[in-house]
Design a binder for this molecule. Structure first.
Ligand code: NZQ
Ligand code: ZN
Length: 394
C-alpha cells in the first residue's frame, strides 16, 4: 500500500424528499445570494427547479437562474456564468443536475472568486487556484461522481481540448441525493451512468500496487453492486431500490475511496475524453467504446490482476491467468452490450473513423508525443493510436 491522504469533506444528504432541505443547507454553508446552475431543462420538467427555489425563498435566500449547460460543458458557457455571478453578487453556487451542471458550477465558483484571472489559465495550472466560492449540489443522475470528487471537466472549444482540473476547491460543501430524482432519466443516460460509475473504480483498480487489500475489496464490492443493480435499474426504470444503490455507488466510486493507496491509471478516461472533445460523444459511451480495446492492449502487463478482477467481480474460476483475464474482459464488454452501450467506436453514433482522425486524437491525448498517458501500461502516442485502431471496429 502506498501512503495517502484521504479527505472527502462533502456532506451527503441522502434519500427521498431530501431536496426540500436545500434552503437550510445553503444557509448553513453561508450562502445568501445563490446562482442556480442547471442544464437543458430536465429540472424544469421534473419540477425540481421550482421546488428548490421555494426552499430558498423559505430561508429568504436571494437567487437567480443560470440554465442551459450542455453535456460535455464548454469553457465559454462557464465564463459567461462568471459574468452573471459577478453581476448578481453571488456568494454561493448551487448546481441542479449531473456532472455537466456541477462542473460548470465549480468552474464559475473559481472564476467568480478570481475575477481578474483567466479561467483557462486556472484550469491548465498556469495560474494557481488559491480561493473559490462554496458550491452545493442537488443530484439528478448517478454517473460522474462530481458531487463528491475533487475534479471538474471542461471542454475548451477554441483548442478542442477536454480537460479535467483536480483541486480540493472542487469538493462541494453538500450534496442532496434523492434517488427518486433519477427515475425520469432516459434509459440511455442510465446506461451511460452505469458505465461511468464502473469506470471510476476500474480506472483505479488496474494498478501494479500490491498489498492493498481493503481498497481492493471495497472496489470489488462496489463493482459487483453496480453490475447487479445496474441491470435492475436499466430494465425497471421505476426501481427505487436499485436507483438508490447506483446513486450511492456513483459517489463512492469517484470520491477517492476505491483507489486509496494505489497508483492511478485512468487511460480509458483520457482516451474517451478525446472522443468527446472531437465528436461530442456522451461521456459514458466514450468509455464503453474504448475500454475493451484498452484492456486487451494492456492486460499482459499483469494478467494476474485482470484474473483477480475476473474472479472477484464476475465469479470466473479459471486457473490460467491469461484465459481468466480474457474471460473477465469479455464479460465486461458483454455487460456493456446488455445495457445497449457501444463497445467500439463504430457502434457510436459517429461510426468508424478514418486513420488520420484517430492519429489526431492520439496526438492530442499525448501532446504530440510530448508526454505519456497512464501507469498500468505507460502509453505513448503510438500506443494510444493502436488502442484507437483496435477500438474503431471490433
Ligand atoms: O441538461 P438536462 O436537461 O438536465 O439533461 C441531462 C443531460 O442531457 C440529462 N438528465 C440529467 N438528469 C436527468 C436528466 N434527464 C432526465 N431526468 C433526469 N433526472 O442527462 C444528460 C446528461 O447529463 P450530464 O450532467 O452531462 O451527465 P453526467 O452526470 O454523466 O456528466 C457528464 C459530464 O461530467 C464529466 C464528463 O466528462 C461529462 O462532461 N465528468 C466529471 C467528473 C468529475 N467532475 O469528477 C468525472 C467524470 O469522469 C466525468 O469526466
Ligand atoms: Zn467518468
Amino acid at each position: 500500500m502506498q501512503n495517502f491522504t484521504y479527505y472527502a469533506p462533502t456532506e451527503v444528504i441522502f434519500g427521498e424528499g431530501t431536496e426540500s432541505r436545500t434552503g437550510e443547507e445553503v444557509k448553513k454553508w453561508g450562502g445568501s445570494r445563490v446562482l442556480l446552475v442547471y442544464g437543458g431543462g430536465s429540472v424544469k420538467r421534473s419540477g425540481l427547479l421550482q421546488q428548490v427555489e421555494e426552499a430558498l425563498d423559505k430561508e429568504q435566500i436571494a437567487w437567480t437562474e443560470y440554465g442551459g449547460v450542455k453535456p460535455n460543458p464548454r469553457l465559454s458557457f462557464a465564463e459567461k456564468g462568471v459574468k452573471k455571478a459577478l453581476e448578481f453578487g453571488a456568494d454561493f453556487l448551487l448546481a441542479l443536475g449531473g456532472g455537466s451542471a456541477i462542473d460548470t458550477a465549480k468552474a464559475i465558483a473559481h472564476g467568480t472568486a478570481n475575477p481578474d484571472t483567466n479561467l483557462w489559465d486556472i484550469w491548465t495550472g498556469k495560474e494557481p487556484l488559491e480561493k473559490s466560492l462554496p458550491v452545493g449540489v442537488v443530484l439528478t443522475i448517478s454517473a460522474a461522481g462530481s458531487e463528491m470528487s475533487d475534479s471538474a471537466v471542461l471542454t475548451n472549444e477554441t483548442t478542442g481540448r477536454k480537460q479535467g482540473l483536480s483541486t480540493p476547491f472542487n469538493r462541494v460543501k453538500f450534496a442532496v441525493m434523492d434517488p427518486r430524482l433519477t427515475l425520469t432519466l432516459p434509459k440511455y443516460q442510465v446506461a451511460c451512468g452505469i458505465v461511468d460509475i464502473m469506470m471510476h473504480t476500474l480506472d483505479r483498480y488496474f494498478t501494479h500496487t500490491k498489498g492493498n487489500e481493503m481498497t481492493d475489496e471495497i472496489a470489488e464490492a462496489l463493482l459487483r453492486t453496480v453490475i447487479r443493480n445496474g441491470t435492475k435499474a436499466y430494465e425497471n426504470p421505476g426501481d427505487y431500490a436499485a436507483a438508490s444503490e447506483l446513486m450511492w455507488c456513483g459517489s463512492l466510486s469517484h470520491n477517492g475511496l476505491t483507489g486509496l493507496g494505489a497508483e492511478k491509471d485512468f487511460a480509458p478516461h483520457k482516451i474517451g475524453h478525446e472522443l468527446s472533445a472531437k465528436y461530442d460523444v456522451a461521456h459514458g459511451a466514450s468509455l464503453s467504446a474504448v475500454w475493451e480495446a484498452w484492456a486487451l492492449y494492456v492486460y499482459r502487463e499483469e494478467p494476474e490482476r485482470f484474473a483477480r478482477y475476473a474472479q472477484k467481480v464476475w465469479g470466473i474460476n479459471c486457473t490460467d491467468p491469461i484465459e481468466a483475464a480474457e474471460q473477465g474482459i469479455r464479460a465486461t464488454a458483454a455487460y456493456f452490450k446488455s445495457l445497449d452501450m457501444p463497445v467500439c467506436i463504430g457502434e457510436l453514433e459517429i461510426g468508424v473513423r478514418a486513420e488520420e482522425e484517430l492519429l489526431d486524437m492520439a496526438k492530442r491525448c499525448t501532446g504530440n508525443d510530448s508526454f505519456t498517458v497512464a501507469k498500468f501500461k505507460v502509453l505513448h502516442q503510438e500506443d494510444v493510436l493502436e488502442i484507437l485502431r483496435m477500438a474503431n471496429h471490433r
